[in-house]
Design a protein around this ligand. Structure first.
Ligand code: SF4
Ligand code: SF4
Length: 291
C-alpha cells in the first residue's frame, strides 16, 4: 500500500523516547493558524520555492512549459493554477530551491528505511514516530504502516491531534506503543476560532485513549496569546486530571522559524512578530501544567 508523505526526519530526539525516525504524513483536517508544518496541511501534489536558496538564475522560468513561473519583486513566483507538476523546474533548478513537497511512499519502503537505522534507534530506546499533518487522516495507510513496523520489531509512536472518528483510533491502537497527543485549547469556541474545528471529538478520544492504559504524553504548543495563557493551560491540566492525573503534560515553546515555510508556499503567516518565550516566562507557563 502507498500513502502520501511530505518529510522524513532521521535521528529525531524530540518525537518520543530515544532516537527516532519520524515519518510525516501529508494532510490535516485542522487548520491551526500557527501551524509549524504548512507544507503538510493539504493532501495532493504541491511544490515550493526555498527562497533563501534561490540564486535568481531564472532557469526554472525558461524551463516551465506552462509559463507558470515568473520573477516578481526579485523573487520567483508561481501561478499554481497553471502548474501541472511536470517537475521540469525541480529537475533543472541548480540550487535545489524549487522542490516538490509531496511524495508517494510504500509501506515496505518505509519499513526497510526505518529498520536500516535501527542500530542507532534501538540502543537509545527509540523507534519510529508517525507524525504529520495528521496521521489519522490516512487511516488505512497508517494502520498498515504501523503493522509493518511492529512486524519488523520496531517500537512505534504516533503524534496526533486525535481529531478522527473513534473507530480510527480503535483500529490503530493495538500497533502503537506510545501516544504523543496534542490538546491545544480547552474552550470549544476558542478552539474552533484558531483551528477551524470543535474539540469535542478530540476530548472524547482522549478519554478513550486514556482508558486503554497505554503510555500517553500530552503536548501543548505554546502560541503567544492563544494557547499560552495560564487560564488555558490550567484548564487543560484540570481536564487531564479529571481523566487520569498520572498522564504527563509537556509544553512546547513557540517555534518562530515556521514563517519562512509560508513564504516558500506563497502564503501569509498569521503573525511574523511572535518569538519564543524566554526561559523565565517558559518556566512560569510550564508550572501551570506540571505542578
Ligand atoms: S512543475 Fe512544471 S508546470 Fe509546474 S511550475 Fe514547474 S515546470 Fe512549471
Ligand atoms: S532555477 Fe532555482 S535558483 Fe534558478 S531562479 Fe529558479 S528557483 Fe531560483
Amino acid at each position: 500500500m502507498t500513502g502520501e508523505i511530505f518529510d522524513i526526519k532521521h535521528f529525531a530526539v524530540h518525537d518520543g523516547p530515544g532516537i527516532r525516525t519520524t515519518i510525516f504524513l501529508k494532510g490535516c483536517p485542522l487548520h491551526c493558524v500557527w501551524c509549524h508544518n504548512p507544507e503538510g496541511m493539504r493532501r495532493g501534489k504541491d511544490l515550493w520555492v526555498k527562497r533563501e536558496a534561490c540564486i535568481h538564475c531564472e532557469t526554472c522560468i525558461h524551463t516551465c512549459p506552462k509559463q507558470a513561473l515568473r520573477m516578481k519583486d526579485g523573487e520567483v513566483s508561481i501561478d499554481r493554477s497553471l502548474c501541472d507538476f511536470c517537475n521540469k523546474c525541480v529537475e533543472k533548478c541548480p540550487a535545489r530551491a524549487m522542490q516538490r513537497i509531496d511524495r508517494q511512499a510504500e509501506v515496505k519502503e518505509l519499513v526497510d528505511l526505518v529498520t536500516r537505522e535501527e542500530i542507532f534507534t534501538r540502543v537509545s530506546g527509540g523507534g519510529v514516530t508517525i507524525s504529520g499533518g495528521e496521521p489519522l487522516y490516512q487511516p488505512e495507510f497508517l494502520k498498515e504502516l504501523l503493522q509493518g513496523m511492529k512486524q519488523a520489531g520496531v517500537p512505534t509512536c504516533i503524534e496526533t491531534s486525535m481529531f478522527a472518528k473513534q473507530e480510527v483510533l480503535e483500529s490503530i491502537a493495538p500497533y502503537v506503543d506510545q501516544f504523543l497527543v496534542d490538546i491545544k485549547i480547552l474552550d470549544e469556541e476558542t478552539h474552533k476560532k484558531y483551528t477551524g474545528v470543535s474539540n469535542q471529538q478530540i476530548l472524547s478520544n482522549f478519554r478513550y485513549l486514556a482508558g486503554l492504559g497505554k503510555p500517553i504524553l500530552v503536548r501543548i504548543p505554546l502560541i503567544p496569546g492563544i494557547t499560552a495563557t495560564e487560564e488555558n493551560l490550567r484548564a487543560i491540566r484540570a481536564f487531564v486530571d479529571s481523566v487520569n492525573p498520572e498522564i504527563p503534560i509537556e509544553v512546547l515553546n513557540f517555534n518562530s522559524f515556521a514563517g519562512s515555510k509560508y513564504r516558500f508556499l506563497d502564503q501569509k503567516y498569521f503573525n511574523d512578530e511572535l518569538r519564543a518565550f524566554p526561559r523565565e516566562e517558559l518556566e512560569q507557563l510550564r508550572s501551570c501544567v506540571e505542578e
